[in-house]
Design a binder for this molecule. Structure first.
Ligand code: CP
Length: 360
């Protein structure tokens, strides 16, 4: 097996100037994710493997004996969840995933209760965490900050894995993993994810989950991506250029209603007005980009509705009971795929295979 290049051999300037996809090979050890910093770092075999591992892990966990077996796998390790931006699902699903695999979690969620209040830099805070913990799972408002931390730690004697749980407006790679896992589970018995058309709807300019998933879907050929939004919230040209380079068909449109019957999955998103500079989102007419019960008749019987959550009013609550509404399952899938990711990072995935095989 070829040895992967090591992050510690790069100076910051060289690393910073690399493209996102070039950086990916520096985040891999033994062909498995070590750091998880962007969606483009994943290969198709790695995604297939994580989906398989997540399903095996959840199957084994159904019995007390199986759950105890998995909890033993990483019981000697500790995780720091450093979330300096609000989160419910990502934080709690990582917390629960840590519990599933036996990693002991600790948290800093409010930097005003840490020594950052005394003027300590976030870099020094994380370097301190690395002295106590074996993995750092972090959400930060600044795009690229998780990259910076992974590089910074690579220059120290505690080059522990860093997982990006959401950075600025640019990346949310583990949300993309759980979205892929949800698509995988939804279409596994019907030919898989390839050749599936998906519509992304809502705030596509600032929604990092859409940016990450749109890029990951380039690994599943044959599908078309629709970007459905008001002009001022449309997807960036950088993503469209990536799709062009990958040969992925796409369409940018403001016509939600006519797009619904064309696709296998509708991926709704909320307005991300936390990024507003002067409350500019309130002037955008988003009324035509909401999924109501009336739209269910337009949706194909075998199609699904997804949403990374949290939602506001872009999916009406009476849509929830439709069997094609997949967003609450996405929430649960997130916990299992994150458990699989932790097992893979710490190379305990073969133990899952062996235990799973023993059940057959
Ligand atoms: N989907 C998602 O990232 O949710 P949270 O912001 O609640 O973590």
């Amino acid at each position: 097996m070829a040895k992967e290049p090591e992050l510690r051999n790069l100076d910051w300037q060289t690393f910073q100037e690399m493209s996102t996809s070039e950086k990916g090979e520096y985040f891999t050890v033994n062909d498995k994710p070590h750091h998880v910093l962007n969606a483009q770092q994943f290969t198709r075999p790695q995604l297939d493997r994580l989906c398989e591992l997540a399903t095996k892990t959840r199957t084994i966990s159904k019995t007390r004996e199986g759950a105890l077996f998995i909890q033993d796998l990483l019981c000697e390790k500790r995780a720091m969840l450093y979330f300096s931006q609000p989160s419910s699902r990502t934080f709690l699903s990582f917390y629960a995933a840590c519990q599933i695999v036996g990693l002991k979690p600790a948290e800093v969620r409010d930097t005003s209760t840490s020594s950052e209040l005394k003027g300590e830099s976030p870099e020094d805070s994380v370097r301190t965490f690395s002295s106590y913990f074996d993995v750092i799972i972090m959400r930060h408002p600044k795009g690229g900050f998780a990259d910076r931390i992974a590089w910074m730690l690579s220059q120290t004697e505690r080059a522990i894995p860093v997982i990006n749980a959401g950075s600025g407006k640019d990346q949310h790679p583990t949300q993309a993993l759980l979205d892929i896992y949800t698509l995988h589970r939804s279409f596994d018995q019907a030919g898989g994810i390839e050749n599936r058309d998906i519509a992304f709807v809502g705030d596509l300019a600032r929604g990092r989950t859409v940016r990450s998933l749109a890029q990951l879907l380039t690994l599943y050929p044959g599908g078309k991506q629709y970007f459905v939004a008001p002009d001022s919230l449309q997807i960036g040209d950088d993503i469209l250029n990536i799709l062009d380079q990958a040969g992925v068909e796409h369409e940018v449109t403001g016509d939600f209603k006519s797009t619904i019957p064309k696709v296998d999955a509708v991926y709704m998103t909320r307005i991300q007005d936390e990024w507003d500079k002067a409350h500019e989102s309130k002037d955008i007419d988003t009324s035509g980009f909401k999924f109501t019960a009336a739209h269910l008749d337009l949706l194909r019987d075998d199609a699904i509705i997804m949403h990374p959550l949290p939602r506001r009013d872009e999916i009406a609550p009476d849509v929830d009971k439709d069997p094609r509404a997949m967003y609450w399952r996405q929430v649960r899938n997130g916990m299992w795929v994150r458990a699989a990711l932790l097992l893979s990072i710490f190379e305990r995935d073969r133990d899952i295979d062996a235990y799973f095989d023993s059940l057959q």
